[in-house]
Write a protein that binds this ligand. Sequence first.
Ligand code: FPP
Length: 244
Amino acid sequence: MPEKTPSHLPKHVAIIMDGNGRWAKKRYLPREAGHYAGMSAVRETVRAGCDMGLENLTLFAFSSENWKRPKTEVGALMGLFRAYFRSDMDELVERNVRMRIIGHRGRVASDIQQMIQDSESRTAKNTGMNLTFAFDYGGKEEIVAAVQELARAAKDGRLDPETITPELFASRLFTSALPEPDLVIRTSGEHRLSNFLLWQSAYAELLFLDTLWPDFDRATLTAALEQFAARERRFGALDSEAVA
Ligand code: FPP
């Protein structure tokens, strides 16, 4: 572990991994080469998170809007997920990582659905870092699905609408087992959430880095966590100086 671990770790880091295409373009390579390099960055980031004792890491791997990309690119991304599950599951199990995948599920190929299920059940009893991939994920879709579920319950008389609280609502989201992210990082210089964890990020610190995702490494993560530790979070209250 070459870098020191930041003193005040966030409980949950969520990352929008952006910039694979630009990384490849800068090198006159096809976009797929950028995604391949992005997979190595995923591997390194997961290892770094485990080594630092991070409790929750969530990575935006494929958005529900990414289906609009050319077929060849979508195919290449799906191929990478297959490759990642095949090559990294043993290490993740060894590192006591608990895997979760949040997203639509029904739209991806059946062998990938099977891999997702296997990886979740194989790691279900693990007690180390929670590693969550947002895969075929869209925040608005997630919220609408939760609303539909609550509306159905209300319609059937199983739920009094007056009893719906933010906590009850959050318990119907894909992320019900996880704390809200306290740090959301987006790489590649874009300043957007792009439909990622919209409800869950209400109070998250947002950190936008110019680094392109394939260049993200242990040192970048450490520096991001140092920046987080330096920020004071107030959750709508006054800062400690104003209160004193
Ligand atoms: C955004 O870069 C990235 C994605 C759409 C996919 C993220 C995929 C990976 C990091 C690789 C594989 C991951 C796993 C888990 C095996 P972009 O293509 O939008 O980049 P650009 O904005 O520069 O074009």
